[in-house]
Write a protein that binds this ligand. Structure first.
Ligand SMILES: [Zn+2]
Length: 468
């Protein structure tokens, strides 16, 4: 069904661009075809004909996090409320009455991450604390995809208004199955130190007796050969082949900061492992090193180094999810990358931009969309571990997120299992079973970044959002 947006002629150009961007994403993720002049309109024009579905602009340009207040909207649609397990939604753009909500503005504040963007010069060391996110600041549940729910509500309102028939188009729900490679078995001594360090961390920091026992067992049983414990690619690839899943392997290429991995692009082991992935038909991605966010141009340098080795990269995820809003996304764009997977939380799993789907992020500098897709990081195993170090009931926590991805059905979020999870050296061995259980979930197709990008690109292009 075709749909267009009608805006007042004298509207501010920033507001115009932001509403049109959000509208195009809304159309894409609710099966409408965006057109410039359809007989069915969503109109922000006060003088417009009554035959059109009307909205009132409440949007204001957020300059500071204190500009936002929270109010609540009761969800009247019972099926949406039941599906997502909530009965009210936070509302940020509201001046007087609760009944006229500018839903596109509400969607924008989530997906653009503007709440974080306005804090871009704060000194977080480029790792955003959860408490400074929209969720953290307003005490919202990160496992609820608020922007996705607004999209469904708006879509239903429009369907009702124009009496459109609901068609349920079958969709493939892709999930990007990714592995950040933070450590490679460079030498036996290196591997021993790493294992021993993890053992101490499990006792001192995690205070997890069950896991420290597992690590002690490994230390004794494998003595004195520890290298094989960190060689996990075969195990991982066998599991993926067994479950007919594809995976993308994200490599660091530099280790100049102490928080980087233990290897770099010149190491034999790096070359060997990259070759192994390529021979097995896996996609290789760049895991942008810790210091790439400190200076613009560093990410480009890393991509060029890989290209000089004949390795072409389509996507990236930053190590420690560390990035700088002042130049990171711009650089991803300038390098014509197809996707990024950095938007997730370090402290908890869920939907950092409120959206349980792939989408092009907003470019505040040019007031348009970025030309790459974000595959939001919805689940990573270490975060599951931090959330429950006692009972190991990680499945329930991940299922709450996966269920909401499936509810929204468009897919394109990423999950992350570090390769070090596969012999119990960094995380409890139970994570392997959880990984298998997730891969066996028939609601989803677990795949790599390129496949997902190729699936979404024409869908967004149809709605006038061109991508790299
Ligand atoms: Zn990493």
């Amino acid at each position: 069904m075709q749909l267009s947006i009608e805006l007042p002629e004298k509207i501010d150009s920033i507001l115009r661009n932001r509403l049109i961007y959000t509208f195009k994403i809304f159309c894409t993720l609710s099966d409408y075809d965006y057109t410039e002049n359809s007989e069915y309109k969503l109109s922000y024009n006060d003088n417009s004909d009554d035959k059109y579905f009307k909205c009132k602009s409440k949007f204001f340009d957020l300059k500071n996090i204190n500009d936002l207040n929270i109010q609540w909207y009761e969800i009247y649609n019972q099926s949406i409320s039941d599906k997502y397990g909530i009965h009210k939604l936070p509302v940020f753009f509201l001046k007087n009455d609760v009944y006229e909500i500018d839903i596109l503005a509400e969607i924008f504040i989530w997906i653009s991450l503007q709440f974080e963007y306005v804090q871009k010069n704060e000194n977080f060391g480029h790792i955003y604390p959860f408490k400074n996110s929209l969720h953290g600041h307003f005490n919202l549940d990160p496992k609820i995809p608020y922007a996705s729910i607004w999209i469904e509500i708006l879509s239903n309102k429009i369907k009702e208004f124009y009496k459109f028939e609901t068609k349920d188009n079958f969709k493939k729900t892709y999930i990007i199955n990714s592995h950040d490679i933070d450590f490679l078995p460079k030498s036996n001594f290196n591997s021993f130190i790493r294992l021993f360090k993890n053992y101490l961390i499990s006792i001192i920091r995690f205070k997890d007796k069950k896991y420290s026992k597992q690590l002690l067992k490994l230390l004794i049983k494998k003595f004195p050969n520890y290298n094989k414990l960190f060689y996990n690619f075969n195990i991982l690839m066998n599991i993926e082949n067994e479950y007919k899943a594809k995976g993308i392997y994200m490599f660091l290429i530099e280790n100049t900061h102490y928080k980087d991995g233990n290897y770099n692009i010149d190491d034999e082991i790096f070359k060997l492992m990259v070759k192994k992935c390529i021979d097995n038909g896996n996609e290789i991605g760049l895991h942008g090193s810790y210091s790439t966010s400190d200076q613009k141009g560093k990410l480009t340098e890393e991509l060029n180094k890989l290209q000089n080795e004949g390795i072409n990269i389509s996507g990236v995820r930053q190590h420690w999810l560390r990035f700088n809003y002042n130049h990171y996304f711009k650089e991803v764009d300038e390098n014509k990358l197809k996707y990024d997977m950095t938007i997730g939380f370090n402290e908890t799993n869920g939907f950092r931009s409120g959206l349980a789907a792939a989408y092009p992020p907003y470019d505040f500098e040019n007031e348009t969309h970025h030309k790459f897709l974000e595959f939001p990081l919805a689940i990573m195993e270490n975060t599951l571990y931090f959330e429950d170090k006692d009972k190991y009931q990680w499945y329930d926590k991940s299922e709450k997120i996966l269920k909401n991805v499936y509810n929204f059905k468009y897919g394109g979020v990423s999950i992350l299992w570090h390769d070090s999870a596969f012999q119990g050296t960094n995380f409890p061995i139970e994570f392997i079973e959880l990984y298998k259980k997730i891969l066996n979930d028939k609601r989803f197709e677990f795949t790599d970044g390129k496949t997902t990008f190729d699936y979404f690109k024409p869908i967004y292009l149809k709605n006038k959002l061109e991508l790299n």
